[in-house]
Design a protein around this ligand. Sequence first.
Ligand code: GLA
Length: 666
Amino acid sequence: MICKRMRVALSVTTALMSVGTLASADEMPPERSLSGLEYELIGRADIYAHGTLENYSQAPMLDAMVESGALPPVADRLPAEPIIFKTGAMVDGIGEYGGVFRHVIGGRPEGWNWMAGQHQGWGGINMAMQECLVRQGPRWQVKAEEQTGPLPNLAQSWSFNDDSTELTINLMQGVKWSDGDPFDTEDVRFWYDDNVQNENVASRMAKDSFGAGATLEVIDEYTFKFVFDSPQAETIIENLAYIQGCPGPSHILKEFHPDYADGATYEIYTNALPNDVTPAVVLGAWVPVVHRPDELVIMRRNPYYFKVDEAGNQLPYYNEMHFRLSTWGDRTAQAVAGTGDFSNMEDPGNYVEALKQSQDEASPVRANFGPRVNSWRLLLNYNVDSAENDDEKALRGLFRELDFRLALSHALDRDAIGQALARGPFAYPYIAGFATGSPYYDAGSSDYHPFDQDKANALLDGLGATDTDGNGLRNLPGGGGDIIIPAVVSASSNADIKQLEALASQLEEVGIRVQSRTQDQTTIDTTFTGGAFTALFQRDNLILPTRETCRSWPSGPSCPYFSTGEDLPFEPELEAKLAAFQSSDDAEEQAQLAKDMQAIVTQNAYTIGTVQVPAALLVNKRVKNAHPGTPVFMYEWAEDGVIRERLWTPVAEQETEVLPDTIAEY
Ligand code: GLA
């Protein structure tokens, strides 16, 4: 057995050896793109850059607060060199202050302690509160020759030492939390040492998943460095973007952390910032000030936000942001109806109707399809040791057999699954690895598994998994019970449930039963990251190997979440390829490594993919500065890619604020 901890020791030479072409493999069927996105690519610094301006101004609603002494003047609230958004990259130019941006989401805030892995309900609310060391979302607009590494954010600049084993990062100086407390290296140290590296904390960045053995050293208030045990490059810094590299308020959280507070437990720490206590302390553009469960979260502008436009106006332009707590389907329905401002239309069940309505001249919303980035897959748990009983062990043992996984994959009629989701040209088969919308996807490196029940049956027979008791279901080899796979699925996603139903009925035809177990979104997240499932069906967006890496790739001892035990035969090689990818900034070398990774995961049916579909971004027409080329997901979700802090609505068209003239009070 090769222990996962040893994998990184594999030499890069091995990693760079090509896995060869897929001469004998089946080719992917031809793909028809539906993407209608058109845009010009620009330089990084054309979007934004850190700098200073002579004068700064603020939203008029803050004037009285400064006059009364409740808030320091805007220039004192801003950092030494704020982030300046360039007018040339704004499709509608400098904005007008005020109004409400209305989101609708299907999630519910778990709590405000994102350091401990809690989410705030997704759909853009996490991202509205959190700011991260670097930023990925706007990279969709960056020209190819400037594509190396992420965009700066709280990390203003960085440099590697000569042998690329030390990465020194300079933080922005003078950024403040929404309660006025300074943001500095102590927040970063607390995030990395006391959360990421502390295995008792379910941090979003998995322990040891950020670069070989990276340790953090604080140099001064605004400078720190990561020390790696092998040379790294710009790519690894992508890990420090949303959702992994976003520090929390250490001055608040230490009071609850067992390493700092007497009598505190990790449970107390995780739940230190419950969702019913507002306002939370954030770095983001808006602060949650009201949470009415199952109804609404209201956020108000953060008067300490560290970004401005070129005229010196402190951002954001909108005073208020709403997150109506509903369903993901309702997000699209409300965007189409004009009662919500934004939707990533990603449930194919809605496509035909929503498209029809949004084509109408009078429609309040614009809809633009991008490439295929949403892919769905059945994940099998390969960890035999963590199985609870002998049957479960035997089942997971079977999952570890390549022929079993190939049988499942060949038993799927992916065209039929796609048509069950949405009639029309939307769905395209998905096996494993990168979605076709990824810049790293390569059709020629993908091993396709066409629908072939005879082949599936022969593979299963070959494993000795025959129907020994004549009840129509195959039995575990060696006289075990029926092969019944319980599969967890999100109760809140129709697209997931529908596909799992189709998949189950197709597998039943080759003698394998899949039983669906619905869970709510919050539970399913922890079920997944905790590896507490036999099988799990979900959507994922496999675009970059550096984003939420542990969901899909063997990037450390406890990754991916579905394979935390003994390695499958191909995993060490896959891990070495991934490590080589992360430590390279040579685009050609990375493209080759990505091809190799794609070949490995598809040849080995690492996941049992179903289909992948494009998504369309819906934005209300009264919202200005939403670039029509914004993809629903590329380097990050559209909520980041569209740059919400510079969106605005002309005063005459603004929605009435629920909490006018207020900010979070601590
Ligand atoms: C959920 C939604 C996505 C996107 C993300 C943002 O996953 O389904 O469309 O809004 O949240 O985190």
